[in-house]
Design a protein around this ligand. Sequence first.
Ligand SMILES: Cc1cc2nc3c(=O)[nH]c(=O)nc-3n(C[C@H](O)[C@H](O)[C@H](O)COP(=O)(O)O)c2cc1C
Length: 202
Amino acid sequence: MDIELRGLTPAERYKLIVGLVIPRPIAWISTVNESGVANCAPYSFFNAFSEDPPLIMVSFGPRRDGAMKHSLKNILRSGEFVVNLVDEETANAMHLSSEETPEEESEFEKTGLTPAPSRLVSQPRIAQAAACFECRVFKHMEIVPGRVFIIGEILLVHAREGVIDPNTKRISDAHYRPVGRLYANRYCTTRQRFTLPGKLPD
Ligand SMILES: Cc1cc2nc3c(=O)[nH]c(=O)nc-3n(C[C@H](O)[C@H](O)[C@H](O)COP(=O)(O)O)c2cc1C
């Protein structure tokens, strides 16, 4: 079957792309608004792209009413944000925090999460998250009206005790159980891992 995307509606294209590109990592972005209300929401058009400089990218679409997403608004105002990584323990809260809420309502309160101060940025991290990246905007691009890509530079990695070995910097499979986004309200764990034989390229 061949499907030319030109002839499809955006909703049909979305369905194909998010159904085929799976699993996707989830950036659970935490920020604070102008009045000091802590905000968090998940974004799975997200990945890491470079270690030198250390860069991640997130893609923002508009809210249902066409307005800018609150996370993006806060990022553009402050130039900073935190990407919290989602594990099995926090998956439920992450999913709940995706509901579109008025700006003065905090998803932290709604989902029972705790904002914790970050070290290098003014935006809060999620205390319950297994690991977090404190990020500064490296570049922002309005690809087409209403669709914005934010490239963030990771300034600091924060991790729960046991997740990172301080000497080797290896991540512990036992202490870090991330989940991925499939499509709609479907997610997956990363429990079924396998190793392939052969040498890795240098
Ligand atoms: C797992 C998951 C991933 C999502 N990924 C994206 C995304 O990549 N881009 C986007 O614009 N919205 C995405 N959304 C929708 C936002 O989370 C949702 O619109 C949220 O209400 C935005 O909150 P905010 O306005 O407080 O930023 C996703 C939702 C879920 C549940």
